[in-house]
Design a protein around this ligand. Structure first.
Ligand code: ADP
Length: 255
């Protein structure tokens, strides 16, 4: 457990560092774009072409730092009691269309409702990032299954989280899987095996941060050539607003 929390600390400080750098870069890029706009009125011909290349590159850089800032953002978002099953049902309708021809999305929310204390937009983000990664891992087609169920964690020295009821979100794919080396690093910000125009390496770092903030944990199982399964546990919230487990005492809780 000590090893895991050192790892959580390391990821947390990497995130803060990345956020600080992104913030400064964003300001510098705004200056570059400002001057490029200013110059655009004064040049023509080849110089105008060159200038528009500078502008485009700066715009791309700005969109990257924007993603980075989104990832690093630790300011509290509005948290409410949300039915995780409803999030899954709506994701089924939305993502089903964007996921591609040869990849099938199967959503199996548990019966009834699964209240968790979280921010709606951030829960959507978790599902989006995991499903997009699953799609990217299945270039030859396959199935991604999204499921929910309830698990109870009892007290004990090996318990990964405080005792109580948890909502479990499982996203599994039949994709390329990953090696142990990739598995060890996949939550690190900027770690990606994708080409620069496809991956930022921020998707899972973002998911990790959101889950930690909500007092939960995320685990992964993967086998090269067979597929990958992500499991997320979030403290279950009763409709009255009580959580059986205090999120702030969760080992991975931060922010
Ligand atoms: P990105 O998708 O931009 O690369 P992520 O943080 O979302 O960044 O993922 C990091 C890396 O983890 C990916 O580049 C990929 O190598 C690996 N990965 C993530 N999800 C899966 C998956 N479902 N199957 C196989 N590899 C995955």
């Amino acid at each position: 457990a000590r090893e895991r929390s050192a790892r959580a600390d390391r990821l947390e400080s990497l995130g803060q560092l990345a956020g600080g750098v992104a913030h400064d870069f964003n300001n510098l890029l705004a200056i570059i774009l400002n001057y490029a706009d200013f110059l655009a009125d004064q040049v023509s011909g080849e110089a105008a072409d060159d200038l528009s290349k500078i502008r485009n590159a700066a715009e791309r850089a700005k969109s990257l730092t924007g993603q980075l800032l989104l990832f690093a953002k630790r300011e509290p978002t509005q948290v409410e009691i949300i039915d995780l099953n409803q999030v899954v049902i709506e994701a089924d309708e939305l993502l089903g269309r964007t996921i591609g021809e040869n990849v099938r999305l199967v959503c199996r929310p548990s019966a009834g409702s699964m209240p968790v204390r979280a921010n709606r937009g951030r829960l959507d983000q978790i599902l989006l990032n995991l499903v997009i990664n699953a799609r990217d891992a299945m270039t030859d087609g396959g199935v991604v299954v999204v499921e929910t169920d309830v698990v109870t964690i009892s007290d004990g020295p090996a318990a990964p989280l405080p005792p109580g009821r948890y909502a479990r979100l499982t996203v599994s794919d039949t994709g390329c899987g990953m090696t142990a080396e990739v598995r060890d690093r996949l939550f690190e910000p900027f770690f990606t095996t994708k080409s620069a125009d496809r991956g930022t390496g921020l998707g899972l770092a973002t998911v990790y941060g959101i889950v930690g903030d909500a007092g939960g944990t995320i685990g992964v199982e993967s086998a090269p050539g067979i597929g990958t399964t992500f499991r997320i546990l979030l403290p279950s919230a009763t409709p009255t607003g009580d959580t059986p487990a205090d999120p702030s005492s969760g080992e991975l809780a931060h922010g």
